[in-house]
Design a protein around this ligand. Structure first.
Ligand SMILES: [Zn+2]
Length: 56
């Protein structure tokens, strides 16, 4: 853990582990993306495929 390569790698892993904010499609419940937020948060949106279905 003392070499710089592993520090960079761990920082990347830690960043994804701290992504407590989830962007979820409110139509199909698919997790579209995650965000690094302080605390557990959910953002409901409509994903592209559901939005396309809605317009057709
Ligand atoms: Zn959807």
């Amino acid at each position: 853990m003392s070499n710089s390569n592993s520090v960079t790698l761990e920082a990347g892993v830690a960043a994804s582990k701290n992504d407590l904010g989830l962007i979820i499609c409110k139509s199909c419940n698919h997790v579209i993306a995650s965000l690094p937020t302080d605390g557990y948060k959910k953002f409901y949106v409509v994903c592209q495929s559901c939005a396309r279905e809605a317009t057709n």
